[in-house]
Unconditional design. Structure first.
Lengths: 238, 333
């Protein structure tokens, strides 16, 4: 399989605090890879660094074989890296449709792609079509998460980063969200998913990494991680 | 037809504005209203960068003055033909705005406000101190009125009124299209959260710069109109107080709304004039009024009206829902 994204010895600092130390990981085209870690482990920092919001102190990030360590966030979206940020950040005063429309900013010149992707999003989340005129700020938590996912799809990314999409949602909705992410992956988008909900996340993943204190401590196929005692103890609770 | 209906408020404003000179012979009233229109254009600029894009620029009086002094100096000292000088004045302001923005926009939030405040003050000092060029405290006298366009000359108060009104209408239409376009929504996205805007692929630095440059262009345009309307320029137009006056108009009218600059500037400029006998004591009225507005109507008069309308519509819809559901219920019985 083709390497889509490769991180080699990436370190990131906030001021003097080293949030990531020598992170090496990779994602192949078509995969669904999960990134497990407790609060403060550094999951969001990895995502922010991949999508250009944080700059790595050292190390190399390659996207489709080219180094992207210094690229701006906006350019990376146009290059095919989508980011669904933590905490379902939306534009609360814009309605559902406008939020989706803003998500397509990077591909705004391609009108046909725009209506096609919008169709896909509405098929995946019929509720968004129903509520397209509603202000995003007045949606329920679950609906907001769906809108955040839908908006991230609108830029037609090759790789989509989902940062803890299940946080704060009812169990039934969590299941729905994971089903949708699996579906997006099956439709051809490579997915990197950060989660604390290891059980649910591993069920849909091909492979995973476990991160603690800014370092990768375990990596492996889904079955290996399920079988790993430490992972079970720390994240699955069995 | 529907276009007329959708824009009926704007059209009513326009109609009233077009007919206003027919109802009054009082040149002084006309003078005040013309002046308020000129300030409105500048406040539209402030609204674009501060209200829509969320970057409060406090150098606005400075750019206004650059436009005004450019026109004044080009026509008085350099004898450049009026309309050519007019275009140049706008251009000069825009170019200065571009370079200031390039540096200022690297700072964020409070720091941006403070930085632009300093830039504004530096512009004031330059105008005040550079005696040989600007005339310093003495100011610049004898700025010519706009030269005739074909058969239309701009000697009378009425003709000046209509000229300024024409520019205001152009600016309004431009702002309407801009803020309703994807670019306008991009600005709102940046105001919402710059980081989120980046995450969806917006080059926030470039968009902020474009917004800032347009805002300085509008300030320069207003300044140029001001120069040839008042025909005398002093350094005080670039002073920090002028910026805060504009900010007051904007906040009272409604920051981040399309009609806010129009409503706020007109009301305050005319009320200030009629309270002139109170001199500085009128701030005793404006101060508390401003505090009241910021607390209860953070989006000013226009924002307040919009809220009220939205609520009324919501209630109407609720009522309709209720009556329709009870009637189907009765039908089922
Ligand atoms: N802007 C910041 N400034 C300073 N330190 C930060 C900043 N953002 C994160 N950190 C620190 O970096 C570390 C990693 O944070 P990060 O947000 O990546 O964790 P996370 O794995 O996403 O956690 P969570 O599951 O709670 O979202 C934490 O110790 C955090 O305190
Ligand atoms: Mg996080």
């Amino acid at each position: 399989m083709r390497k889509l994204l490769t991180l080699t010895d990436v370190s990131v600092r906030y001021g003097f605090y080293e949030a990531l130390t020598d992170i090496s990981m990779n994602v192949e085209s078509g995969e669904l890879v999960v990134l497990l870690g407790a609060n403060g482990a550094g999951k969001s920092t990895i995502f922010r660094t991949i999508s250009g919001l944080n700059k790595p102190l050292k190390g190399r990030i390659e996207w489709q074989g080219k180094s992207i360590g210094g690229s701006s966030a906006s350019k990376l979206v146009a290059d095919g890296i989508g980011h669904c940020p933590e905490g379902r950040k939306l534009f609360p005063n814009m309605n559902v449709y406008e939020n989706l429309r803003m998500g397509a900013y990077a591909v705004r010149r391609n009108k046909k792609a725009l209506s096609e992707t919008l169709e896909q999003v509405y098929t995946l989340f019929p509720i968004l079509e129903e509520k397209k005129g509603t202000a995003a700020g007045s949606l329920s938590g679950g609906q907001q998460q769906m809108l955040a996912i839908g908006r991230a799809m609108m830029s037609r990314p090759q790789l989509l980063l989902f940062d803890e999409p299940s946080i704060g949602l009812a169990p039934l909705i969590v299941e729905q969200v994971f089903d949708v992410i699996k579906e997006i992956n099956r439709n051809g988008t490579t997915v990197l998913l950060a989660e604390q909900n290891a059980n649910a996340a591993l069920k849909i993943a091909d492979r995973g990494y476990v991160i603690e204190d800014g370092k990768i401590v375990v990596e492996g196929e889904r079955e290996e991680l399920f079988a790993n005692d430490e992972v079970r103890k720390a994240y699955i609770g069995a | 037809m529907s276009m007329i209906k959708r824009n009926r408020i704007a059209l009513i404003f326009l109609l009233v504005a077009l007919m206003a000179p027919l109802f009054t012979d009082n040149q002084y009233y006309l003078y005040i209203v013309t002046l308020s229109f000129i300030w409105t254009i500048a406040v539209y600029g402030m609204n674009l960068i501060g209200g829509y894009t969320g970057q409060l620029s406090l150098a606005h009086a400075g750019f206004f003055a650059i436009g005004a002094y450019s026109l004044g100096l080009l026509t008085v000292d350099a004898n450049v033909p009026y309309w050519f000088a007019f275009v140049l004045a706008c251009l000069i302001t825009t170019v200065v705005g571009f370079f200031v923005g390039l540096i200022a926009l690297r700072t964020k939030e409070h720091f941006f406000a403070i930085y632009t405040l300093c830039v504004g003050y530096i512009i004031y000092l330059v105008i005040y101190q550079w005696d040989e060029l600007t005339g310093g405290v003495r100011g610049l006298i004898g700025v010519p009125p706009p030269s005739p366009i074909g058969p239309i000359s701009f000697e009378s108060a009425e003709s000046n009124y209509y000229l300024v009104l024409a520019f205001l209408v152009l600016v309004f239409v431009f702002m309407k299209f801009l803020t309703e376009s994807l670019i306008g929504r991009t600005y709102v996205a940046i105001r919402n959260s710059e980081e989120l805007a980046q995450t969806i692929g917006i080059n926030t630095m470039r968009q902020k710069l474009v917004s800032f440059v347009i805002s300085t262009f509008l300030a320069g345009l207003a300044g140029a109109l001001y120069a040839s309307f008042v025909r005398f320029l002093g350094p005080e137009i670039s002073y920090t107080m002028t910026t805060f006056d504009m900010l007051t108009y904007l906040i009272v009218g409604g920051i981040g709304t399309l009609y806010g600059p129009l409503v706020g500037t007109f009301l305050i400029v005319t009320i200030t004039q009629s309270l002139q006998f109170m001199e500085e004591y009128r701030m005793l009225i404006f101060g508390p009024l401003l505090v009241f507005l910021v607390i209860f109507y953070p989006r000013g008069i226009v924002g307040g009206i919009q809220m009220w309308k939205a609520k009324r519509q919501f209630k109407k819809r609720q009522k309709m829902k209720r009556t329709s559901s009870t009637s189907t219920h009765e039908g089922g019985d």
